[in-house]
Write a protein that binds this ligand. Structure first.
Ligand code: SF4
Ligand code: SF4
Length: 375
């Protein structure tokens, strides 16, 4: 085991391979407050990549309702229980990661789901915590809560799938940090399925190999965001690049949200993989629940997000979510307008901070007509 730096834990940790960060790391931010669980992302991925034989049960992208939803069944709860104590001291994690608590002779603390565990991808959908009494209506903030958690492979800095594979069939691309399974090398041992705590590798019984989200790399290579991003109805997603620790840039959208404003947080950082999909936590869920999912910064992240209307740079950047098909590598706000630039520095999108509102007169003398608002 090597010693590597995991900034999300605020400390070094043990990992099977030495630290080898890619030249660029693919990353994403998902705003949980905007997701409506329409599952368009799920279907966009499904029809693009997993419509073949042996892939029927696979959802490289899934959306589960928290607190009760999970796919595969109880993937998170099971590991949280296996990990036992998960102590944070401020921003430093003092518990053990899945690498540090691996049983003797194994590389990762993991478990492999049963077939049945994949049979209920929508379990717990729209189930809220707390009883909704007859006649009760929702007001904000409310005690009865749930939220939607969209999940893809995190293209982790320290992938457990990669560490678990005894054949070395899984690799992390040095040019963009995307994690892939070499279909020619894989022999279907399924150690990756066992090792990934997010359960984002799937075994294909028809090919006898494991498969996973490829971050739509043919699109990424052309500077275009993946399918689940550009099809997102709620405009909750932003794809981009996260800088190495110590090289953070304020004009990089992902850096700004993750490192500078700290409004977007990793999912289950305590597992130790340094996942690269970041979440803006739900503003109405209990802070203790948010902290379990997103780490100790969850309370502050919610406060920062709630204040976004008084914070033009943050508000402007949030307006860029879902506003272009292209990957935005740099952003800049000037006055009431926000511009996104691609890697070559060309402006690819410009959006206003506030949508202009036009109210047409009921009696329009110019056009000599009267408008009524009946359907
Ligand atoms: S398409 Fe977007 S809004 Fe719809 S479920 Fe997926 S992430 Fe949520
Ligand atoms: S989320 Fe799972 S499958 Fe994806 S890189 Fe991390 S460990 Fe591997």
């Amino acid at each position: 085991m090597a010693r590597v730096n995991n900034w999300q834990l605020g400390r070094e940790m043990s990992y099977w391979y030495p630290e080898a960060r890619p030249q660029k790391q693919f990353a994403a931010v998902f705003d949980t407050n905007k997701c409506i669980a329409c599952q368009t992302c799920t279907l966009a991925c499904k029809t693009t990549w997993t419509s073949g034989k042996g892939q029927e049960y696979m959802l490289w992208n899934n959306v589960e309702t928290k607190p009760y939803g999970s796919y595969p069944l109880a993937y998170d709860l099971k590991l949280l229980e296996m990990l036992n104590g998960q102590q944070w001291n401020g921003n430093k994690y003092e518990g053990q990661t899945i690498f540090e608590s691996a049983p003797a002779g194994e590389r990762v603390l993991g478990w492999r789901p049963e077939q049945q565990d994949y049979a209920y991808p929508n379990v717990g959908e729209d189930d809220c915590a707390g009883q909704v009494d007859h006649g009760q209506f929702l007001s904000l903030p409310h005690m009865n809560w749930f939220f939607y958690l969209a999940r893809i492979c995190n293209h982790c800095t320290y992938p457990a799938c990669l560490a678990s594979c005894p054949r070395g069939s899984i690799y992390k691309r040095p040019e963009d940090g995307i994690v892939l399974v070499d279909q020619g090398r894989c022999r279907g041992y399924q150690e990756c399925v066992r090792g990934c705590p997010y359960k984002k590798v799937f075994f294909n019984p028809m090919t006898g190999t494991s498969e996973k989200c490829i971050a739509c790399f043919p699109k990424i290579e052309q500077g275009i965001q993946p399918q689940c991003f550009v099809n997102c109805i709620g405009k909750i997603r932003l794809a981009g690049w996260i800088s190495k620790p110590g090289q953070v840039r304020a004009d990089n959208p992902i850096d700004y949200l993750v490192h500078i404003r700290k409004v977007a947080l990793p999912l289950f950082p305590q597992f130790g993989l340094e996942p690269n999909v970041y979440y803006i936590p739900p503003i109405h869920a209990p802070v203790s629940f948010n902290k379990q999912l997103f780490g100790p910064g969850a309370g502050e992240a919610v406060k920062t997000y709630r204040n976004a209307m008084n914070d033009p740079d943050l508000a402007g950047l949030l307006c860029l979510f879902g506003s272009t098909e292209m990957v935005v590598s740099r952003f800049s706000r000037q006055g009431d307008s926000v511009t996104g630039f691609d890697e070559r520095g060309s402006a690819v999108v410009r959006v206003p901070l506030r949508e202009p509102v036009h109210v047409r007169p009921a009696v329009d003398t110019k056009n000599q007509l009267v408008r009524i608002n009946c359907p």
